[in-house]
Design a binder for this molecule. Structure first.
Ligand code: AMP
Length: 378
């Protein structure tokens, strides 16, 4: 195996490509945007849309193996490669389940793993029955295509639910019980074709307006809970038959219940910390799995706090980097995106800790983050 194709040129593709380059692979990315974050570090970029089957086939023909960095690509693109005998991982059956919230939650339940109660909404008339069964407050989410809190509404009443459904413009929606969680957790795991699965230490996540803001690793939970969370991820990976790195997002409730919220069939934002804090990153592990190499130890070398750096719309120049990096425990990663549009993921940093993840460490990371400011370029 010498060359890897990546569909999707965002930051996850970039990090896959960086590791692949370090390991000696030739990388070709396919993305519609010229000079994409991944295109900047890959050997070549094919500029085409994700459903351009001719371009996808070209990617398949020019590489030994194709993977993808996000789940909202057309399933037909993956099937097109499979039908022509090209290797693409994860397989289309994995993508089919994970790009549809309804199939995904149903699948998780079939694995015997709990989720928040939910109800599918196809027509506005379905809302009353859903409200009866699930109750309020609830969260309504588009079944397909949503990410980072987009296509998502928190609703308190039937009137609000109807308004949300009309905002969704007639697409299928899931009506889900609002979970008053005590923590949000995620498990990054990697499975290979020999059914071996490794799990990273459980991560604890803080979101802001539906977008990940901060990850603490390892999560501040008991060993027992951590073992249960890891087992959930292993069961899901095996039942799904995924090959590669994936993520299972969980809610931890007050009575120590773990409910699966979402799956991602790819490396995940909450696993960025593994680049600096683990022996082998989630990206390298992904490459190992898809290229049929042995998996590495997912061992944590230091406790870590990862903070996302989002655009604000105030400008495209990031000030304060010098101050941030005056702290020698911080590693900065920027994604090479030109415009720091509000809420856009522009980069992240990881703070490596000598001691435990306590309030003082979290305060230090948040203060470090505050030093960064977007400003208009001169
Ligand atoms: P998702 O797109 O499903 O990952 O949701 C994004 C974020 O919205 C989650 O990480 C939670 O912070 C919040 N959220 C989503 N679903 C629920 C729920 N059922 N109850 C409470 N918070 C939720």
């Amino acid at each position: 195996m010498q060359s890897i194709g990546v569909i999707g040129g965002g930051q996850l593709g970039r990090m896959i490509a960086l590791e692949a380059k370090r390991m000696g692979y030739h990388v070709i990315v396919l993305d519609p945007q010229e000079h994409s974050p991944c295109g900047q570090v890959a050997d070549e970029q094919i500029i085409a849309s994700y459903d351009d089957t001719e371009a996808i086939e070209d990617l398949g023909a020019r590489t030994d193996l194709v993977t993808y960095e996000f789940e909202n690509i057309a399933i037909a693109s993956v099937q097109h490669l499979e039908e022509r005998g090209y290797r693409i991982t994860p397989a289309s059956n994995v993508l089919r389940v994970t790009q549809d919230r309804l199939l995904e939650k149903t699948f998780v339940r079939e694995c015997g793993i709990p989720t928040a109660d939910f109800h599918a909404i196809d027509r506005v008339e379905d809302l009353a029955a859903a409200a009866m069964m699930v109750g309020f407050p609830a969260v309504m989410k588009t079944v397909r295509g949503g990410y980072d809190g987009k296509g998502q509404w928190r609703v308190q009443s039937l009137a609000e639910a109807k308004a949300a459904f009309s905002a969704a413009r007639g697409v299928q929606v899931i009506f889900e019980r609002f979970v008053p969680f005590v923590k949000e957790l995620s498990v990054i795991a990697t499975r290979n074709a020999r059914d071996e699965v490794v799990t990273y230490p459980i991560a604890e996540n803080e979101h802001d307006h539906g977008i990940l803001a901060m990850t603490l690793a390892p999560a501040r939970i008991t060993q027992r809970l951590a073992a249960r969370a890891a087992q959930i991820a292993i069961t899901i990976g095996r039942k799904l038959g995924i090959v590669g790195t994936y993520c299972v997002e969980l809610f931890l409730t007050q009575n120590d219940e773990l409910l699966v919220n979402e799956l991602a069939p790819r490396p995940h934002n909450s696993g960025h910390y593994t680049i600096d804090a683990a022996q082998c990153s989630q990206y390298e592990q992904h490459i190992r799995a898809i290229c049929e190499l042995p998996l590495a130890q997912p061992r944590l070398l230091a406790n870590a706090i990862m903070m996302n750096i989002l655009g604000t719309g105030a400008g495209d120049r990031l000030d304060g980097v010098e101050k941030l990096l005056a702290d020698p425990s911080i590693e900065l990663h920027m994604y090479g995106k030109k415009h720091a549009v509000a809420q856009r993921k522009m980069g992240h940093f990881t703070m490596l800790l000598d001691g435990p993840i306590d309030d003082a460490a979290i305060k230090r990371a948040k203060a470090a983050h505050k030093q960064l400011r977007w400003a208009a370029a001169n």
